[in-house]
Write a protein that binds this ligand. Structure first.
Ligand SMILES: Cc1cc2nc3c(=O)[nH]c(=O)nc-3n(C[C@H](O)[C@H](O)[C@H](O)COP(=O)(O)O)c2cc1C
Length: 178
């Protein structure tokens, strides 16, 4: 059984997860620009690692078209975002809603979905995202005064952080082995 690990990454956090996962699985990670490669065509299992962007998931459109064209294969998506890993304070429902938006269960019932916390590195963003984030910081500043969760997230993003941990991929590996 062969597995293709395809990733979309702007600032490197999703790429790091893709490298860890590919290393554990025993393959080379494939950047999104090379998603048409023979290794993806031939794989029995395709894993997409993409990052959350304004509630959407980078690479989702491609994965949907692949699942529609080749429904007999196994597909896995790993979403990487700024949210902490799910806990009582940061319920799973918030990342689940983003997955549901990208891949409605009704249409893609067999797609396995996993979330891994990424990080935030303002300096490595493209110019458009820098503008978007500056606007987002301004918008959130008011809410941060009354909502401690917003204040925490805003501080973390302003300072930059790296929330990646290799162990967050363990459920993905268990799934692939199973
Ligand atoms: C413009 C923009 C929008 C974002 N939107 C979300 C979001 O909706 N949900 C989320 O969890 N993270 C969001 N993030 C955070 C990224 O998903 C996070 O920084 C991720 O680790 C980036 O991955 P990369 O380093 O592979 O590019 C956003 C980041 C930017 C720059």
């Amino acid at each position: 059984m062969s597995t293709a690990v395809v990733y979309c990454s702007q600032t490197g956090f999703t790429e790091r997860y893709a490298r860890w996962l590919a290393d554990s699985v025993g393959c080379e990670p494939i950047p999104f620009a090379e998603r048409g490669s023979a290794a993806v065509e031939a794989a029995d299992t395709v894993v997409l690692l993409g990052w959350f962007h304004a509630g959407g998931l980078k690479g989702a459109r491609w994965l949907r078209s692949l699942m529609d064209a080749r429904p007999e294969r196994r597909y896995v998506v790993v979403g990487v975002g700024a949210y902490p890993m799910p806990s009582d304070e940061w319920p799973r429902s918030e990342t689940d809603a983003a997955f549901e938006h990208a891949f409605p269960h009704e249409r893609y019932p067999h797609l396995a979905r996993f979330y891994c916390q990424g990080g935030f590195d303002f300096d490595r963003l493209c110019a458009v995202d820098k503008l978007a984030m500056r606007a987002f910081f301004r918008m959130q500043a008011k809410a941060a005064k009354t909502d401690p969760r917003v204040a925490f997230a805003l501080d973390a993003m302003r300072e930059g952080f790296d929330g990646t941990r290799r162990e967050y991929l363990e459920p993905v590996l268990d799934h692939l082995r199973g």
